[in-house]
Design a protein around this ligand. Structure first.
Ligand SMILES: [Zn+2]
Length: 346
């Protein structure tokens, strides 16, 4: 069910009536995803490993009813961190690829289009250093050392400021993402910023898709099965997640905005429609609620595996367990760390 498209960016939507909500619930009876587990691929290059660094790129404080179940309306605020990630692929201890997954919020004091300014104000955005500042100041990297920026989707709290990256940095988006002028508007950048660089939008026909895990269609990004981009529609057009190898037999999924609270991986309907208590306010942040339901169901199935952990972009639960010092957390990438993080959400 597509809600009166096109969805305005980050504007919560409401179903008009009980009937509309009930018909959605009924339709879920026909919604199916592949229940058969398809084993995850094995890395084809035994000398390759990924190093993952989490970047805390601001936060939002949102009224609870946008993202969580409430019996009664309240003005309680939920604090949501906003994560991006650096993924470095090392072969024989040498970094051969370096990409970013999501750029978080644009700095609150930077110029931005009116709609984004309003969204930032409405959700009480706060920002510290941007991803480019952290790369240069804290990690002593030049921006030329970044191969690509991969965006889970093009909402205001994930796109950062692409103009800060040199033209050598490729932009990668999921299948069905907007392109051309529409993309430039959504990223709040001039067309020249896109024309100057390679923009790769995954393609249903041209890319090589494999089926994995809970029935995902995936693209093997590095060509050695260490990182797969998962077609994950629903929250927004072209939404993707990334399955990345954390340690030899353990995986993280960067789940973007498939849901906004980790607990919703156990309660998928509330993940799609946060409020359906006595108030009957069926609010959703998702663009296509059936697709969102399927994607979140798949993610929930993945999280049931002992060796898979989902990091959603606004994961407050994980935030507390990252031993975060400042904005940059470099993951150790060993079994012990994976087990500690997994235990923190079970
Ligand atoms: Zn978000």
């Amino acid at each position: 069910m597509s809600l009166n498209s096109p969805a305005p960016l980050s504007e919560p939507k409401q179903l008009a009536s009980d009937e509309e909500y009930n018909s959605w619930l009924k339709s879920l009876g026909h919604v199916k995803y592949n229940d058969d587990w398809i084993p995850l691929p094995i890395s084809s290059d035994q000398d390759a490993r990924l190093r993952i660094t989490a970047l805390s790129l601001g936060s939002l404080d949102m009224e609870k009813h946008y993202i969580a179940y409430e019996e009664e309306p309240s003005h309680e605020l939920l604090h949501l961190p906003d994560y991006g990630f650096i993924i470095e692929r090392e072969v024989d201890g040498k970094v051969v690829n370096r990409v970013l997954f999501d750029l978080g919020l644009k700095q609150v004091d930077q110029p931005m289009k009116e709609a984004y300014k309003k969204s930032q104000e409405k959700f009480r955005a706060k920002t510290g250093k941007s991803a480019p500042e952290l790369l240069q100041d804290e990690l002593k990297l030049s921006l030329e050392q970044i191969d690509a920026v991969i965006l889970s989707h093009t909402h205001f709290d994930h796109i950062g400021d692409l103009t800060q990256f040199p033209a050598s940095v490729e932009l990668v988006l999921g299948a069905d993402s907007p392109s051309g002028q529409e993309l430039a508007e959504q990223l709040d950048v001039p067309m020249s910023c896109l024309e100057a660089r390679t923009v790769r939008i995954l393609n249903r026909e041209k890319d090589d898709w494999v089926k994995i895990g809970a029935g995902w269609s995936a693209v093997d990004y590095f060509g050695d099965n260490t990182m797969l981009l998962l077609h994950c529609p629903g929250h927004y057009k072209g939404h993707i997640a990334a399955l990345v190898q954390h340690s030899p037999n353990n995986w993280l999924i960067f789940g973007g905005d498939c849901c906004h609270l980790h607990t919703q991986l156990k309660d998928v309907k509330i993940g799609v429609f946060p409020s359906f208590g006595n108030q009957k306010r069926f609010t959703t942040l998702d663009y296509d609620i059936e697709d969102a339901y399927i994607s979140l169901s798949r993610l929930s199935r993945m999280e049931q595996e002992k060796n898979i952990l989902v990091f959603i972009a606004h994961d407050e639960l994980l935030h507390k367990h990252m031993n975060s010092q400042g904005q940059v957390t470099r993951l150790a990438g060993d079994e012990k760390e994976f087990n500690r993080l997994k235990a923190s959400v079970s």
